[in-house]
Design a protein around this ligand. Structure first.
Ligand code: PMP
Length: 397
């Protein structure tokens, strides 16, 4: 018999979410997550995937994964510190360090997991963390888990960060102070002001932590936001995910050897959760090799992103502060944003709406994620559909 209190809690809250139009309906794909996708038997231009470089379906990665799967099996069999470390994991970590221009790296099972692991391995209740108010949910949860005092600063507001860093430092209350930011912010596509953040960190002796989930493979000719600003030796923690531009799944920290050695003995998902599968590791390693050998996919991504952005701006859409391929079309009203996304879908474009509470109230947007794998024809099709639906709904003239 199930718990009555749980049953009523779930029923009440699910009905509430559904009533407010906030219950997220999941559309299963009947195709790979490529530049077009098939849902409900219909082919749609896909503008909602983080598969920035198209590597999720790249034959070279599939071959690497298949080979590893045939040689090592489907699972790693244990956590990293028991005997779940295959030589493949070690090679991937060496490759990640080379990719990020750091002494060493450590891989985790996801980017989310990585933030849960890394922050709490170093920060505790006697410390403070200065966190951009728009940081990703996994950073927020990682900070909470550490039990450090969390001090939020206004989004990319360097005066606010400086004032809060000064106050925290001068209070004498904290052993260590960390500043933590996304490299690229996932809802607006703007880039963190890393040179200023690093300068403030140097002034107040802050630990620097950059989660570059959306910058790796995208900025710095693929090497990421830290490299884009030439700050590789000035950032303590460079976090990345293997799940977006790399096209597979997993997360990592790149940094100094001592930091990585510490994370290997103190970060709990490394110690207590089974390691990445052989196929995931081999495919990720192949992706990084491809990124390091050539900037071709990165260039194609930017070409496509600029093409889509230009098309949407010329139509009169508001793409906000985007400086990267992440292209929001800001509609404002929550219900209208959801209707807009639905109409785009009816016409052949898959672009998800993002509304409160994920973004502030009244800033609902449809978020577009162009990739290197889109053809001009696909992007033209999407722009034409945006024009049709935008005019029909009175969003553009
Ligand atoms: N950090 C940031 C900034 C992200 O945007 C995301 C993905 N949404 C993650 C971490 C989580 O990465 P993963 O999907 O690999 O768990």
């Amino acid at each position: 018999m199930s718990s009555k209190i749980l049953d009523s809690f779930l029923k009440e809250n699910l009905e509430d979410l559904k009533g407010r139009g906030l219950y997220n309906v999941i559309d299963p794909l009947e195709s790979p997550n490529g530049p077009t996708i098939t849902i409900g038997g219909r082919e749609l231009v896909n503008l909602s995937s983080n598969n920035y470089l198209g590597l999720a379906t790249d034959q070279r990665l599939k071959d690497a994964a298949t080979d590893a799967l045939n040689r090592f099996g489907v699972g790693a069999g244990a956590v990293r510190t028991i005997n779940g470390t295959l030589e493949l994991h070690v090679k991937l970590e060496e490759k990640l360090a080379e990719f990020k221009h750091t002494e060493a790296a450590i891989a985790y099972q996801s980017g989310f997991n990585c933030n849960m692991a890394a922050i709490s391995a170093v920060m505790d209740k006697n410390d403070a963390i200065l966190s951009d108010e728009l940081n990703h949910a996994s950073i927020i949860d990682g900070c909470r888990l550490s039990k450090a005092k969390i001090i939020r600063y206004n989004h990319s507001d360097m005066e606010d960060l400086r004032a809060k860093a000064k106050e925290a430092k001068e209070s004498g209350l904290y052993n260590k102070i960390m500043v933590i930011t996304d490299g690229v912010f996932s809802m607006d596509g703007d880039i963190a002001l890393l040179p200023e953040i690093v300068e403030i960190a140097e002034e107040f002796d802050l630990i620097t932590y950059v989660d570059d989930a959306h910058g790796s493979g995208v900025l710095g000719k693929g090497a990421g936001t830290v490299k884009h600003f030439g700050l590789s030796d000035k950032v303590d923690f460079q976090i990345g995910t293997l799940s977006k531009a790399i096209g597979v799944v997993g997360g990592y920290v790149a940094g100094k050897q001592d930091l990585i050695d510490w994370l290997k003995v103190r970060s709990r998902p490394f110690l207590f959760s089974t390691s990445l599968t052989p196929a995931d590791v081999a495919a990720s390693m192949r992706a990084i090799e491809i990124l390091m050998e050539s900037t071709e996919l990165n260039e194609r991504l930017w070409e496509n992103a600029n093409y889509l952005k230009k098309g949407l701006v010329e139509l009169g859409f508001d793409i906000g502060q985007s400086e990267t391929p992440i292209t929001p079309c800001i509609i404002g009203d929550e219900v209208k944003t959801q209707q807009f996304s639905k109409r785009l879908n009816d016409e052949g474009v898959y672009a998800k709406s993002i509304v409160f509470p994920t973004v502030p109230r009244g800033t609902g947007r449809v978020r577009n994620m162009p990739s290197a794998a889109h053809t001009k024809e696909m992007l033209d099709r999407a722009i034409a559909i945006y024009a049709k639906v935008g005019k029909e709904m009175g969003i553009i003239q």
